[in-house]
Design a protein around this ligand. Structure first.
Ligand code: SAM
Ligand code: SF4
Length: 344
């Protein structure tokens, strides 16, 4: 087989036809799949999960390698060009590296990305580069060791920094994601931003969202994040104001990289949203803040063919809410799940 279309051939039906693009009921084209491949994790970030961890899915509740591969091929045939693997911690799944290799080489995902906490990732950077991973997002909320332990409940900062060093050395397209909580100090924000001064990477500050047990009203937003970043770096200029990306990007004279702000709680990016999610349990979510739309795993395991799956996905995106606030309102539950079970 040759060519991009044949790469998306179904492992089940042999169908290889590209299908019309995936459009939602508000005219937004869906081109990006965020795929949670596990709910397990080797850190316990205080904003993501409790100290004892979350109630984990049984292994047979998690999508298999073959199921993931088949779903990704179906999404790619519908015009999705970007897939991000996330979790939980993707490397907590034993077959993570072979899955990445398979999705890139056999399924032919045009732009394959990975979001990781960076603890084990340094071992795999060279291989990821060889496979052709398009980009790596490493989550890191502080450069202080004691604060890292406080925030993640684990003493693993050195390993994460090793991952960042190795990724920079290998020329990997790298972004650092830093969740800013009420306890984050100005000094921590300054030192994280300093990474973008030294190397051509993007450091993105993310508004803390009320997942894992906190209700929306309990989040204290004393100062909107972008106001705070602008106060700390008054000479910033805008590089990217808006677009399909959730981040607004800034830079500054003397910086080799960029600084980004992601308003996850403010939700200023919904109008351009091009993304859907599949959770480790195989549920399609058309909005981070909404209920799951379709149980794709149940469909996969009850013998549905690719056409049935495609129709179910198309039907779900036709019922998308206009934005995250509307989705959350309709969601009905006051407490959100951990990001680890949604896929962050
Ligand atoms: N374990 C990997 C990691 O930490 O990068 C991937 C999964 S994690 C759930 C994905 C992203 O979600 C991370 O960047 C993490 O910081 C972010 N996240 C988790 N809980 C959050 C929350 N309550 N508010 C904002 N971001 C959150
Ligand atoms: Fe694990 Fe990522 Fe959640 Fe932290 S944010 S506990 S690293 S899944």
């Amino acid at each position: 087989m040759s060519g991009i279309v044949s790469k998306y051939s179904s492992t089940r039906t042999g169908a290889s036809r590209p299908t019309p693009p995936l459009l939602d009921n508000h005219g937004r084209k869906i081109t990006y799949l965020r795929l949670g491949i596990t709910d397990r994790c080797n850190l316990r970030c205080i904003y993501c999960m409790p100290e004892k961890g979350i109630d984990l899915l049984a292994h047979d509740e998690i999508l298999t390698f073959e199921e993931v591969s088949r779903l990704v091929a179906i999404f790619c045939r519908m015009g999705l060009t970007k897939v991000r693997l996330t979790g939980g911690e993707p490397f907590a799944r034993l077959d993570c590296l072979s899955l990445i290799d398979h999705l890139k080489r056999e399924v032919g995902v045009p732009h394959l990305h990975l979001t990781t906490n960076g603890v084990e990732t340094h071992r795999h950077i060279r291989r990821l580069k060889q496979i052709g991973l398009s980009g790596l997002n490493v989550s890191l909320d502080t450069l202080s060791r004691s604060r890292f332990v406080e925030l993640t409940r684990r003493d693993r900062l050195d390993q994460v920094l090793r991952t960042i060093d190795e990724a920079v050395r290998c020329g990997m397209h790298l972004k650092i994601n830093s969740v800013i909580t009420e306890s984050t100090t100005d000094e921590e924000i300054r030192s994280l931003a300093g990474l973008a001064k030294q190397v051509p990477i993007s450091v993105r500050f993310i508004e803390h969202m009320p997942f894992s047990g906190k209700t929306a009203t309990s989040v204290v937003q004393e100062e909107l994040l972008s106001t705070r970043v602008n106060r700390l770096f008054p000479r910033l200029h805008t590089v990217l104001a808006r677009g399909p990306s959730t981040a607004r990007l800034f830079s500054m004279a003397g910086f080799r990289g960029t600084i980004g702000v992601i308003g996850g709680q403010t939700r200023c990016f919904c109008a351009q949203c091009n993304k859907v999610r599949v959770t480790p349990a195989g549920r399609l979510k058309t909005c981070l803040y909404g209920k799951s739309a379709v149980d794709l795993k149940q469909m996969l395991r009850s013998g549905k063919d690719d056409g049935d799956l495609e129709n179910a996905i198309r039907g779900a995106v036709q019922e998308r809410h206009i934005d995250g606030k509307a989705a959350e309102l309709n969601n009905g539950f006051k407490e959100q799940q951990s990001m680890a079970s949604i896929g962050g």
